[in-house]
Design a protein around this ligand. Structure first.
Ligand code: BV8
Ligand code: ZN
Length: 270
């Protein structure tokens, strides 16, 4: 098959038996690399009960992105947009990090140079203990002014019928997330580009790899010589590019991987 990933690991077993299926090569690479970058998408939070965007039960199923996650939607229907975010905020307030989030937090401690780049706005990576996080698309638990971008304290529930306004300029308060057609924070995306290009190993986990510029990060890493590992039960546009494609849920694959590295991984001598 043209362009098939070098190694396909099928994660249809869990726990120890699963590790046997994992090529030692991947583990060896993880043991000996220096700079690790990880990109996560909605899939890593799926096992916490957060609906993904484009999956079968996806968020977009009931709604259309252009109707909700855009500035024009907010200007036209701020009430509906806030209803949607309040519903998501309430849902995300009730869920916990899952073993996939926790494994990434432990993996970070095994590296001097580790960056977690997430498209997710649910805050679950920080809750799981990850520290060096780049939130590409913002954070649903933060608010800002739609006019002057002034951050305001996140009120847990915004009344969609009485949306608060900014004390500085009177603009409406909106969720501090990046909508379609909006630029990402320049410092955040420039850092994400840099760490992706500098990485020795790049893990793309739980993303359909269709939203840009996030989707370009794994390709930049691969082009710069990194080993690209994709973890996703479904194939994506990235799969053919990956050196390892792990067809498994992140909560199923990451804990045994980290267990395999625990106590054995050290940064290679400079
Ligand atoms: C921008 C925040 C500059 C809000 C979101 C270049 C090429 C093509 C298009 C564009 C381009 N440049 C710009 C665009 C337009 C657009 C875009 O990419 N559109 C796509 C849809 C074609 N991009 C933008 O507008 C970006 N801005 O580029 O600014 C600019 C400005 C103007 C004009 C030009 C350029 C801004 C994008 C940010 C949008 N905001 N979210 C909110 O959440 O409400 S995007 C949204 O999608 C989320 O952030 C989400 O994280 C993200 C990506 O989705 P995924 O995370 O991948 O989730 P998905 O459901 O798709 O997939 C889940 C995967 O998990 C699946 O593959 C599934 O199999 C897997 N999975 C399921 N369970 C598990 C699992 N994996 C592992 N374990 C499991 N258990
Ligand atoms: Zn303002």
């Amino acid at each position: 098959m043209t362009g098939a990933p070098a190694n396909i690991i099928v994660g249809n077993q869990v726990g120890r038996t699963y590790l046997a299926a994992m090529t030692n090569e991947l583990v060896e690479i993880m043991l000996n690399c220096r700079r690790c970058a990880v990109l996560t998408g909605a899939g890593i939070s799926a096992e916490s009960g957060v609906p993904t965007f484009r999956g079968k039960q996806g968020l977009w199923k009931e709604f259309k992105p252009e109707e909700l996650a855009t500035m024009s939607a907010f200007m036209a229907n701020p009430n509906i947009v806030w209803q949607w975010y309040n519903w998501r905020r309430e849902l995300m307030g009730k869920v916990e990090p899952n073993p996939g989030h926790q494994a990434l937090a432990e993996l970070e401690d095994m590296f001097t140079d580790f960056t977690l780049i997430t498209q997710n706005i649910d805050g679950l990576h920080r809750q799981a203990g990850s520290k060096n996080i780049l939130e590409l698309h913002g954070n649903i638990h933060r608010n800002k002014c739609a006019e002057c971008n002034q951050h305001v304290a996140a009120q847990t529930d915004i009344d969609p019928d009485n949306i608060p306004t900014c004390e500085q300029c009177g603009g409406r308060i909106r969720p501090d997330v990046v909508w379609f057609g909006e630029m990402l924070d320049n410092d955040i995306i420039s850092t994400a580009f840099r760490v992706s290009e500098e990485s020795d190993v790049f893990l793309s986990i739980g993303t359909s790899a269709v939203v840009h510029p996030a989707a370009s990060l794994p390709m930049m890493a691969k082009r710069s010589g990194a080993t690209l590992i994709e973890i996703n039960p479904e194939r994506t546009p990235l799969t053919e590019l990956a050196d390892f494609y792990v067809s498994a849920r992140s909560g199923e694959f990451l804990p045994p991987l980290v267990e395999q590295l625990r106590g054995r991984r050290t940064d290679p001598k400079a």
